[in-house]
Design a binder for this molecule. Sequence first.
Ligand code: GUN
Length: 297
Amino acid sequence: MSATIIDGKAFAARLREKVAHHVARLSDGHGITPGLAVVLVGEDPASQVYVRNKGRQTKEAGMLSVEHRLAETATQAELLGLIGALNDDPAIHGILVQLPLPGHIDTDLVINAISPAKDVDGFHISNVGLLGTGQKSMVPCTPLGCLMMLRDHHGSLAGMEAVVVGRSNIVGKPMAQLLLGESCTVTIAHSRTRDLPATVRRADIVVAAVGRPRMIPGEWIRPGATVIDVGINRIAREDGKSRLVGDVDFDSAVEVAGAITPVPGGVGPMTIACLLANTVTACCRANGLPEPEGLTA
Ligand code: GUN
């Protein structure tokens, strides 16, 4: 039996349409255009691609997109000055500082300098605390996208056994908090987990976010489980080109799982779509307007 494929690309396209609809309503009804500022320090090629895609999709949704590119040698003080100016700019509702930052810059200090209300990445310590205590917050984009797909597939997740593999601040930890908020029984597994195969085999829901190509084989998956693969790993092909694979071995897992996200075309496209959704949510909150349904957790 083969699993249902959860089509993240199509889901993300529908979410972007919903975002564009709300942007048009904000513009037509209130004369407000949601604005997203993205800050890139240095010239990391992968980061440049991400930033370009974010800018394009922001504009396609009808929002204001502002890009700030700083040299690799920019000082921490310069970056903090820019963030201060964006915090004070009423046309900007969301601020994203692309990570990783160069080594001479204190990432935590920079993230925590962003106004929590404009922190559309959900990385500010205030948003982390709000999420952890079940209060209204800005929710990190990748886990938010995973949650939307899980809710769409299952409806209620209450009582389900969820295993999150990976404990990063960007995905693993906030994903676990969101699943706990859905009344799942949540385990966070990681590289030091004693019996990872047995732990993963318990799960009705597996979220793989470790960044190791095809680390989780089908034989670790409980028959019928839902598998959300956050990994995006580039590996060499025999012909010298490269291809993207997830943290799950798709070919074996698809034979066992009940549903699975592919790589590419699964979680990946949801991340930017959720960034746009978070920017609309932040814009509505900033203007005291009701938040559109279905754009956040
Ligand atoms: N670099 C890789 N993923 C992310 C992300 O989700 N947000 C930011 N700001 N930088 C990243």
